[in-house]
Design a protein around this ligand. Structure first.
Ligand code: 13P
Length: 248
């Protein structure tokens, strides 16, 4: 089973029109290898601007979050319907910063996954353990539990790309070793086989995220269960092009 390589960028709360011009110039000039999918998570207010600047047909724009309701009295929130209306077909959900800075629960993330899929979006749900959890030997328990809430809300796995992002590796420069990442990716695939189906386990892309850069991406990309990356800091820099071409 071949799973197309997938590279997501997560710009987080960074950027301006001027920096987006620079980033998208770089993306437009990047020769994306055949079959590789590239999706960039822009801040909501810049989604349309980013879309207007991207001319590379292999590169798509994602939102970094959306709410579980279609509309109504939810001041400050963005709905999946708004994204669909803008032609934004991807959304990152349950990022560790949503979980740990904004206190999003597994239940809420599950509901958001459900709503986004019902609305016709593709989703990138994120999971990952904190340092204390890894040190206590609880990594599998934590990520399987996060997966349970996602699974209960997924109607169509062909629209799901999972991102495994160990919290201790995010923005720290402390990347998981290729062996550490492969180990959890392989266990997640086993879990999908048991809890969902062999077909889904074989076909769902599992991305690694956490301090991925132009230097460490090739070795990580060589691991059999690592199907791509979700990249934070380095997605704002020219080296993102090297990450897109990590399998070359
Ligand atoms: O959170 C991340 C991507 O969603 C990873 O961030 P960094 O690549 O900056 O560690």
């Amino acid at each position: 089973m071949t799973r197309n390589f997938f590279v997501g960028g997560n710009w987080k709360m960074n950027g301006s029109k001027a920096t987006i011009d620079t980033i998208t110039d770089g993306l437009n000039a990047t020769k994306v290898p055949e079959g590789v999918e590239v999706v960039c998570g822009a801040p909501d207010v810049y989604l349309t601007y980013a879309q207007s600047k991207i001319t590379n047909a292999s590169v798509h724009v994602a939102a970094q979050n959306c709410y579980k309701e279609a509309k109504g009295a939810f001041t400050g929130e963005t709905s999946a319907d708004f994204l669909k209306d803008l032609g934004v077909n991807w959304v990152i959900l349950g990022h560790s910063e949503r979980r740990h800075v904004f206190g999003e629960s597994d239940e809420l993330i599950g509901e958001k996954c459900k709503k986004a899929l019902e609305t016709g979006l593709n989703i990138i749900p994120c999971i990952g353990e904190q340092l204390e959890e890894r040190e206590a030997g609880k990594t599998e328990e934590v990520v399987f539990n996060q997966m349970k809430f996602i699974k209960e809300n997924v109607s169509d796995w062909s629209k799901v790309v999972i991102a495994y992002e160990p919290v201790w590796a995010i923005g720290t420069g402390k990347v998981a070793t290729p062996e550490q990442a492969q180990d959890i990716h392989q266990k997640l695939r086993e879990w999908l086989k048991t809890e969902v189906s062999q077909e889904v386990a074989d076909s769902v892309r599992i991305l690694y995220g956490g301090s991925v850069n132009g230097k460490n991406c090739k070795e990580l990309a060589g691991k059999p269960d690592i199907d791509g990356f979700l990249v934070g800091g380095a997605s704002l820099k020219p080296e993102f092009s090297d990450i897109i071409r990590a399998r070359e």
